[in-house]
Design a binder for this molecule. Structure first.
Ligand SMILES: [Zn+2]
Length: 118
């Protein structure tokens, strides 16, 4: 099977999410409907507007979740919404575990998320 990209590893995913956060993510804290933690809105290559309700879940996992949707958009196009959601949720958990094992990574994500909140 031909693939355009090299295989996604956690390292590549984290790097892509970092780049996505720095280059075009806008974070906003707001109240979301019950059961909803975050969502993302984007138009073409423009900014990704990520809305989060920090009363429903942690900011870092919610940010990672929405960044993964954005970063993996092409890869997920072959899956329906239910399957995409499961894949992203699973990767979000793995990525967050990776970040939580490193003081340096945790500090980076804390700093950059806080810098983009409004
Ligand atoms: Zn999702």
């Amino acid at each position: 099977m031909a693939s355009v990209h090299p295989a996604w590893s956690l390292e590549r995913l984290e790097n892509a999410c970092r780049k996505e956060l720095l280059s075009r993510a806008r974070l906003k804290l707001t109240e979301l409907p019950m059961g909803k933690v975050a969502d993302v809105e984007w138009v073409g290559d423009g900014p990704r507007k990520i809305r989060m309700d920090h009363h429903n879940d942690g900011l870092r996992p919610a940010t990672l979740h929405e960044l993964l949707h954005s970063v993996l958009d092409d890869s997920l196009s072959g899956f329906d919404e239910l399957c995409s959601e499961e894949i992203v949720r699973s990767l979000e958990g793995l990525l967050d575990q990776r970040i939580c094992k490193s003081r340096r990574r945790l500090a980076w994500w804390r700093r950059e998320i806080e810098a983009r909140l409004k």
